[in-house]
Design a protein around this ligand. Structure first.
Ligand SMILES: Nc1nc2c(c(=O)[nH]1)N[C@H]1C(S)=C(S)[C@@H](COP(=O)(O)OP(=O)(O)OC[C@H]3O[C@@H](n4cnc5c(N)ncnc54)[C@H](O)[C@@H]3O)O[C@H]1N2
Ligand code: MOO
Length: 413
């Protein structure tokens, strides 16, 4: 037990996160890739804009480019030409004149405003305006969106689909991104089988590894799936050595509590450093964290919900840090508990809940009825975690609680 633990040897989530932040190193290798391949990758260097966006003053409407002082209600101006998107006019608008203009077309010299065509009537070469114009109306100024030299996206930013468009708007062809960590996965446990195999009495399907693999792939990590490894010291040693050689991080689930067949912990202790943590969170109490010669090791609890919660709360932020990604705090909202919640003081609960917004915009939340850490359907049906503080006891209906809504990552939306 370390000084950071309470009388029961439990380590708070905050301290565990802090320890991981200190132990998990930032990436040191980067590559240059085509922008079209870069969605989901993390920028290793900031992107500065080489140009203004827009690059020139242009019209926000289809209508007429005018000198605002000429346009009073009922004024008529002489139409002298047209400016189209991609086909600027080289004419200059002088007093009493206007130019037909389309959305995105460069503002002609002399004009300082655009009147939309719905507020004008054209008869031959004459255009009559219904109301007065003000200088600058419907004009998009050069550099309004992005100015030349500006940092458009900082280092550590994970590129979204929209960012691909944004960087294209400044003419970027390639970006420098951090190398993505490779994560090795395997499961151990005599009771585990694969779909397609027979399921003898007492056995279950290995669900944690496929779920973790999908979560990792969805987050953009390379996965080295080593499959099911028999509960046999030589097989486990081989798997760990291979994973250490080929991956940056190794994740296993199961065998981290006080059970008998825990070879993983013993072999890890021979190969590197290993810490056994008892986290003050529910579910997800037991967890191993270790350092092998070339990789980091996370041993998640076997109960499926516990494995998902520890992955989401602790492993994923560490992987993001290793990817060079800026820290992002989980979004937490206040909600009213629609019914009472059972809670024992001592561990921070991540109960699986369903949150809804009432017509006033207030959040209400109910917990899924079965909160056992073995019931994976509870997290599949949930759309949020109900986060109940460590020392809190039972929650009465109507009390306020924190919720962490699942994002598209934990639940397709
Ligand atoms: N005497 C105690 N027993 C347990 C304690 C404790 O403190 N004292 N802690 C409980 C808690 S909390 C958890 S969580 C589990 C963690 O156990 P392990 O990580 O050692 O996991 P196993 O014993 O191997 O398995 C637990 C459970 O999960 C199933 N499992 C394992 N791997 C998978 C997988 N890949 N896919 C699906 N399901 C898996 C396994 O069959 C067990 O049912 O320990 C409690 N016990
Ligand atoms: O903490 Mo265990 O992870 O509750 O089921």
């Amino acid at each position: 037990m370390t000084a950071a633990c309470d009388a029961n040897g439990l380590l708070s989530l905050e301290v565990a996160k802090q320890r991981l932040d200190n132990l998990v190193s930032l990436p040191n290798a980067f590559i240059e890739i085509a922008l079209g391949e870069a969605v989901g990758r993390v920028l290793a260097t900031p992107v500065n804009s080489p140009i203004n966006v827009p690059g020139f003053d242009n019209s926000a409407m289809d209508g007429y480019a005018v000198r605002a002082t000429d346009v009073v209600s009922g004024a008529s101006l002489r139409l002298i030409g047209k400016a189209l998107a991609g086909q600027p006019s080289d004419l200059c608008v002088s007093a009493g004149e206007c130019i037909r203009i389309t959305t995105g077309a460069k503002m002609p010299a002399g004009a300082d405003a655009v009147v939309m065509q719905e507020q004008a009537a054209r008869t031959g070469e004459s255009v009559q305006f219904q109301q007065a114009a003000t200088a600058g109306q419907f004009v998009r100024r050069a550099g309004d969106d992005i100015s030349c030299g500006q940092v458009v996206l900082p280092a550590g930013h994970k590129l979204s689909a929209i960012d691909i468009g944004l960087l294209t708007s400044i003419g970027i062809e390639t970006v420098t991104v951090w190398r993505t960590p490779t994560v090795a996965l395997f499961s151990t446990g005599d009771e585990l089988r694969l779909p397609g195999q027979s399921l003898p009495d007492g056995c279950i399907y290995d669900t944690n590894r496929p779920a973790l693999r999908a979560l990792l792939q969805q987050a953009g990590f390379e996965v080295l799936d080593l499959g099911l490894i028999a509960d046999d010291p030589a097989a486990i040693r081989n798997a760990l050595l291979r994973a250490d050689a080929d991956a940056d991080v190794i994740i296993t689930s199961g065998g981290v509590s006080v059970g008998e067949a825990d070879f993983v912990g013993q072999i890890l202790a021979e190969l590197g450093d290993i810490d056994s943590w008892k986290l003050a969170i529910k579910p997800g109490k037991p967890m191993l964290f270790g350092r092998l010669p070339q990789s980091l090791f996370f041993g998640l609890p076997g109960n499926p919900v516990s494995a998902m919660v520890t992955f989401y709360q602790l492993v994923l932020p560490s992987l993001r840090r290793m990817s060079g990604q800026q820290q992002q705090l989980p979004m937490r909202l206040k909600a009213t508990a629609s019914a009472g919640l059972k809670k024992q003081p001592g561990r921070t609960d991540f109960q699986r809940g369903i949150c809804t917004q009432d017509p006033n915009g207030e959040w209400q939340v109910t917990a899924l009825p079965n909160q056992s850490s073995g019931v994976l359907s509870s997290i599949s049906r949930a759309n949020c975690f109900i986060v109940l503080e460590r020392e809190r006891g039972n929650v009465a209906a109507g009390e306020t609680v924190w919720i962490e809504p699942f994002d598209a990552y934990l639940r397709a939306i």
